[in-house]
Design a protein. Structure first.
Ligand SMILES: *[C@@H]1O[C@H](CO)[C@@H](O)[C@H](O)[C@H]1NC(C)=O
Ligand SMILES: *[C@@H]1O[C@H](CO)[C@@H](O)[C@H](O)[C@H]1NC(C)=O
Length: 388
């Protein structure tokens, strides 16, 4: 399952070192080379380059005559040249990690079947379904907007930690863009997940989910059902993040995600990585409420374990009271306001929300973290008997 996301990954990881008050920001170039040197190729035969118009999204009944939007109107000046920087990085290692023009990388059916049969229960596959009352086994710790307004998106930098999970557990820190009452909930979620039953491994992968009816009949992870239109030739969901942060240091790795509605077309774009690469979009037609914008943006963590079992660790596995050195962070918190402006969140407009006792998972929002990150918070914890 390889995926083309290697690419994404190397571009998305940024490393800040905070040393005696001095901040060193390693150049992206250095990091790229470093990442590629660390990267083990093992996936070349797990995806095909298919014609853009033959991708799974077009099996969705409302997308039969959909015309692909090749790049977001808000990134018009930069998108088309993204792939050339990818190609350069890729050539460095002599790997072909990008499809030819007009084609997009799609997992081979055989790979997908393997993935799906590994998923043992439906609730395990109800991705990012944070409603734990109706979905026992799910838990969340989030920071959420409280304003009564129409958002056009949100973005954040998500700290990445590699948690050791059991096969039937998952941990996905990320961002939620939502609208509508619970039974009709429209939701888009993107994060960096460890999800063994979905992926068949324990790597940290870019993971997305959408639903248009409160997780009932519509929606799925990544490309598992028609919906998301992949546009980028080399970067997409399911890609592996190559570096994780360590507990006990100030040296952290992270991944940037932005989900933003296009003012002109109404489609919801997913943008990822330091270079803000546009991966593709969820067409507005597949939604009922999100077509008109989003009423709620959330940032935080979600975990799952089968009901009545021990909950897995979330974030870094340490509680926020252990502070930035040990606990997982989400920073650079921004919303896209009703006028499509990207603005930092304001502390007075945010509230934390956690469905467990504070010794299990918790949220700590002080406005800053690690001296460097503004509008950031800490979240997570060791898990345990969270809902029993
Ligand atoms: C993209 O790259 C080409 C060739 O390097 C250059 O001529 C063009 O101006 C670039 N386009 C944008 C929008 O940056
Ligand atoms: C995370 O751990 C798994 C094994 O448990 C390993 O395969 C993977 O490469 C690790 N990822 C990172 C980013 O360290």
């Amino acid at each position: 399952m390889a995926i083309f996301l290697f690419l994404l990954v190397s571009l998305c990881i940024q490393c800040y070192e905070v040393n005696g008050g001095r901040i060193h920001h390693q150049s992206k170039q250095q990091l790229q080379l470093h990442d590629y040197q660390n990267f083990q190729p093992s996936i070349d035969d797990s995806f095909d380059c298919v014609d853009m118009y033959n991708q799974p999204a077009f099996q969705h009944p409302v997308l039969k005559n959909h015309k692909i939007q090749l790049f977001p109107t808000f990134l018009r000046t930069t998108m088309q040249n993204r792939s050339s920087s990818f190609s350069k990085a890729v050539k460095y290692q002599n790997f072909i990690r990008e499809c030819p023009p007009r084609k997009v990388p799609i997992l081979k059916t055989t790979t997908r079947q393997k993935m799906v049969t590994k998923s043992s229960s439906k609730s395990q596959l109800d991705g990012f379904n944070e409603y734990s009352e109706s979905n026992p086994g799910h838990h969340f710790a989030t920071l959420e907007t409280t304003q009564d307004m129409m958002f056009r998106g949100g973005s954040a930098r998500i700290g990445t930690y590699n948690l050791s999970l059991q096969e039937n557990q998952y941990n996905i820190p990320g961002i939620w863009i939502q609208s509508g009452p619970p039974t009709e909930l429209n939701s888009i979620q993107v994060g960096t997940g460890v999800h063994p039953s979905l992926y068949g491994d324990h790597q940290i992968r870019v993971t997305a989910y959408w639903t248009a009816d409160g997780y009932h009949k519509t929606g799925c992870y990544n490309y598992q059902c028609p919906g998301f239109v992949q546009v980028h030739r080399g970067a997409g969901f399911e890609g592996v993040l190559l570096h994780s942060s360590e507990i006990g240091t100030l040296h952290k790795f992270s991944w940037i995600v932005k989900v933003k509605q296009d003012k002109v077309t109404g489609n919801w774009w997913c943008i990822g990585g330091e270079d803000l690469v546009a991966l593709g979009y969820w067409p507005k037609e597949i939604f009922t409420h999100l077509r008109q914008g989003s009423s709620l943006i959330k940032y935080g963590g979600e975990t799952f374990a089968p009901p009545n079992m021990i909950s897995p660790p979330m974030g870094s596995g340490r509680l926020p009271k252990e502070l930035f050195k040990n606990s997982c962070f989400i920073s650079n918190l921004e919303i896209v306001d009703s006028n499509y402006n990207e603005v930092k969140v304001k502390p007075k407009d945010m509230k934390s929300n956690c469905d467990t006792t504070p010794n299990c998972y918790d949220v700590l929002y002080r406005g800053y973290e690690g001296s460097l990150y503004r509008q950031a918070f800490l979240f997570g914890g060791p898990g345990g008997k969270c809902g029993i």
